[in-house]
Design a protein around this ligand. Structure first.
Ligand code: UD1
Ligand code: UDP
Length: 383
């Protein structure tokens, strides 16, 4: 049996979540792996590749400043088509819900190459939120031959949409593989931020609130409201350190710096590489975020999360009671953050480890399923 896999990713979260799988597949019997970065992200992707010591075989380097969805999609379709023609994979492996994921799947479909979709089946049921990710993930699911669903509820979404049970494998989420790998490595080496990092200047005796945000549906009013809430919280809690690694999207950097620059206990820092960000999550008292990945990682570290979105495609996180949807209404953000900062009982109730996304072995389950898929394909049976 020989299986040639072309793994395609382009953004920070895809790379973090594909890194453990790529490291495993590089030495997996019967698999020849070709890793292709579309370069949808540039600096933020480079940070991940360095942190996981992950080599890419091809970098399409497609990012442009302030890229539009259609401009990016057009470039992706063109260059991935050429790449598939050169590499000639048996299967293209994509991750999640980005423009890279969907267009990579579409380009593979057009060339009649099999598609494996990692982190498949998450749904809000609302195409406008997250936008355009809900559509990207759903459309990729329509095209995929193998669906790696992180949880049983993701599997059930796929079954409801008519995907066959035989095409779905429930694996857990590879983000936990990445997180535990990094955390254990950091604990073993007593890892600390570098002396010249802005994180080294943080006061270890003060509580830390970590913030991230980048969702397109929050652009404009949503971000203004989030910043308004943060400014109010910073004034009300001068002894709390608010640390915000600001996403490089100009639509995020613009309002965040305009509204929050100069507030002494709000630390606006550059996007952090994965070791520094894991350290920040581990050090945080609580986390405010609209990120998908952070919603999955923080409960595994036992950190309370307030989600700056109206809906989540990760309902499993809500069941543990450690994640709360607060949206972008500033009154609600301030009230819920204040509750967790002031009320020790409320804080304790959310301050516990909850792991609905598996035990850190999702990559192995995916690799085993790929082997079985290759064997049935060689023996001629259908899936
Ligand atoms: C993308 C994904 C989103 C994912 C997010 C993770 C789509 C439609 N969006 O959103 O699903 O949650 O990544 O972060 O696929 N930029 C840089 N350097 C970088 C990265 C981005 O300068 O390393 C700037 C560029 O100006 C770029 C802009 O950010 O044009 C937007 O990047 P893009 O990938 O289109 O969208 P994101 O908002 O990052
Ligand atoms: N992350 C990081 N540095 C940061 C912010 C986030 O390494 O400064 C990591 C985080 O741990 C998670 C992933 O990036 O694994 C989430 O990426 P993002 O929020 O950009 O995208 P999403 O998950 O919402 O698609």
């Amino acid at each position: 049996m020989s299986l040639k896999i072309q793994m395609v990713f382009g953004t920070r979260p895809e790379a973090i979540k594909m890194a453990p799988l790529a490291r495993l597949l590089r030495n997996w019997p019967g698999v020849e792996l070709f890793v292709c970065s579309t370069g949808q992200h540039r600096e933020m992707l480079r940070q991940v590749l360095e942190a996981f010591e992950l080599e890419v075989d091809e970098d399409l380097d497609l990012m442009t400043q302030g890229q539009t969805l259609n401009g990016l999609s057009q470039q992706l379709l063109l260059h991935l088509d050429e790449s598939y023609a050169r590499v000639r994979p048996d299967m293209v492996l994509v991750h999640g819900d980005t423009t890279t994921s969907f267009i990579a799947a579409l380009a593979a479909f057009h060339r009649q190459i099999a598609i494996g979709h990692v982190e498949a089946g998450l749904r809000t049921g609302d195409l406008r939120s997250p936008w355009p990710e809900e559509a990207n993930r759903s459309l990729t699911g329509v095209l995929a031959d193998l669906h790696f669903a992180p949880t049983a509820d993701a599997r059930d979404n796929l079954l409801r949409e008519g995907r066959s049970l035989a095409s779905i494998e429930v694996t857990g989420n590879t983000v936990i593989d990445a997180l535990l790998w990094m955390r254990d490595h950091q604990r073993a080496s007593q890892w600390q931020p570098a002396a010249d990092s802005p994180l080294a200047a943080l006061d270890p005796d003060k509580r830390l609130v970590l913030i991230t945000g980048h969702r397109r549906e929050n652009f404009g009013k949503g971000f203004e409201q989030i910043c308004q809430a943060l400014a109010e919280l910073a004034g009300r809690y001068p002894q709390v350190q608010f640390v915000y690694p600001v996403h490089l999207n100009p639509q995020v950097r613009g309002p965040v710096h305009a509204l929050l620059d100069g507030l002494s206990n709000i630390h606006l820092v550059a996007p952090q590489d994965y070791p520094n960000f894991v350290w920040l999550m581990d050090r945080a008292h609580l986390i405010l975020t609209d990120s998908g990945g952070v919603q999955e990682e923080a409960p595994a570290l036992g950190k309370p999360v307030l989600v700056l979105r109206e809906v989540t495609e990760r309902p499993a996180v809500l069941e543990g009671g450690t994640v709360l949807l607060v949206g972008t209404d500033p009154v609600r953000i301030v009230a819920q953050t204040a509750r967790l900062l002031d009320d020790a009982e409320a804080y304790r109730a959310m301050n516990r480890v909850f792991t609905p996304f598996g035990d850190g072995h999702a990559s192995e389950k995916i690799a085993q399923r790929l082997t079985r898929w290759a064997q049935t394909r060689t023996s001629g049976s259908t899936q």
